[in-house]
Ligand binder design. Structure first.
Ligand SMILES: O=C(O)Cc1cc(O)ccc1O
Ligand SMILES: [Fe+2]
Length: 432
């Protein structure tokens, strides 16, 4: 698959089968090349200042408006009712989520919460071939998708992207897409409302570093001129509920597009890691890949943060994460390997949630080891990729997350129980 590069660029793309399909010099010619329809997809208010203004023009075989009415469809475990269970400020950890057997009924999205979804899917089996004629769009917000096991082929109105574990992709509000899997597949989805992801500001870091803009890859135009007399289903998540409508053609009928509102992917291995090179533990904001800013300066609706392989070199320092309580919610997942603060129990495909002001930090084992460890330069998180969805919002966990999934690790709090007091009232500073 071909891609175009550069975060937030103004792209232009034509399916090579139709050279000249992008109108020149204007967006809405009286008649578009190849007899296409022009359709604008707005990702920001028309009047947003230029740096925040997002829209794309799609030149398609039929416009999206040609469809039968939307009707409400069952939402399964997806919920928009945040009061279905009592709030719970405990530290939470989930064992790896089960991938359904191919004999189980098909599962598309399994939600633990609107903002943090987990999905597990098995390869589509031939008898479900009808389900191939289904696509999804989210009218409520943007999805940041983190595959953990199995690659996914994401077909969108803008073209196709293959996304593997250790890559992420972002599908923004309103963009139609479908996902093909090739075996057991599992991952995490962060959904944000009212903001799009941006690269974080770099401040004194300078003009380069962290996730570099040129490493963000955008799909090239690809269309299918496919009639589907049996009906193509468009599923629309709208105000937290799922609605479906039928149309008799493929929605992936965009022959050419231009604009700065498009889905993209990013390989986490391209992240230019910054870390402490003298002493103390830097806050994990240094590992921010993407941020969805709130209107309060410096406060994110959600940050996507990774803990990539790197060198740990800090002198006279307790190197793992510090104990802390945070005014932000911290949801963590593990793509592969081991997380430094918890060698045991936090597993690839599992998750943890440390809610607003819920105390957390290294388990007892990690603490004991690291206060006596000889401090050599060492590789941290080799062959590991943990990540965090950090949000200024307080999270409600759904009934599915607390009960139905049966993955909540009731023993989690025990990892801190062996922590013992080392307090010595007669302690004297050692003579240098
Ligand atoms: O809680 C966690 O494991 C995430 C985290 C990591 C870190 O290095 C510092 C703070 C923090 O919240
Ligand atoms: Fe934390």
């Amino acid at each position: 698959l071909g891609y175009m590069r550069g975060f937030g660029n103004e792209f232009s793309s034509e399916d090579p089968r139709c050279p000249g399909s992008l109108p020149e010099g204007q967006n809405s010619p009286q008649v578009c090349p190849y007899g296409l329809y022009a359709e604008q997809l707005s990702g920001s208010a028309f009047t947003c200042p230029r740096p925040a203004n997002k829209r794309s023009w799609l030149y398609r075989i039929l416009p999206s408006v040609k469809h039968k009415p939307f009707t409400l469809v069952p939402c399964g475990d997806l919920t928009e009712n945040w009061d279905e269970v009592e709030p719970d400020p405990n530290q939470m950890r989930w064992l790896p989520f089960t991938v359904p057997k191919s004999t189980d009924k098909k599962v598309d999205f399994v939600a633990v919460r609107s903002s943090y979804h987990l999905w597990c899917r098995k390869q589509q089996i031939p008898k479900l071939v009808l389900s191939c004629f289904r696509c999804f769009n989210n009218s409520d917000g943007d999805f940041l998708i983190v595959p953990q096991q199995g690659e996914i082929l994401v077909t969108t109105e803008f073209g196709k992207m293959m996304v593997e574990p250790n890559e992420i992709c972002v599908i923004q509000q309103g963009m139609r897409f479908s996902v093909d899997v090739f075996g057991e597949t599992r991952g995490y989805i962060l959904e944000v409302y009212g903001a799009h992801f941006e690269l974080p500001d770099l401040g004194p870091i300078g003009a380069n570093g962290l996730a570099n803009p040129r490493d963000f890859l955008y799909p090239v135009a690809w269309y299918e001129d496919r009639k589907v007399p049996t009906g193509y289903t468009v599923i629309n998540k709208y105000q937290g509920k799922l609605f479906a409508c039928q149309q008799d053609f493929s929605p992936f009928n965009v022959v050419a597009w231009h604009g700065n509102y498009a889905p993209y992917k990013y390989n986490l291995k391209n992240f230019m890691v910054i870390n402490c090179v003298a002493f103390d533990h830097a806050d994990p904001s240094i590992f921010t890949v993407l941020t969805a800013k709130s209107t309060k300066p410096g406060v994110a609706v959600a940050d996507f943060v990774i803990f990539p392989p790197r060198w740990g070199v800090a002198d006279h320092t307790f190197r793992p994460p510090y104990y802390h309580r945070n005014c932000m919610s911290e949801f963590m997942g593990l793509i592969e390997g081991h997380y430094e603060a918890k060698e045991e129990g936090f597993l690839p495909g599992g998750a943890s949630l440390h809610s607003i002001m819920t105390p957390h930090g290294p388990d007892a084992d990690c603490f004991e080891k690291n206060c006596t460890a000889e401090l050599q330069p060492e590789r941290v998180a080799e062959e590991t990729m943990a990540f965090m969805f950090e949000s200024s919002f307080s999270m409600a966990v759904t009934k599915w997350g607390l009960q139905t999934c049966q993955k909540l690790d009731k023993t989690y709090h025990q990892c801190w129980e062996p922590l013992r007091s080392h307090f010595n009232p007669n302690w004297k500073p050692s003579k240098k």
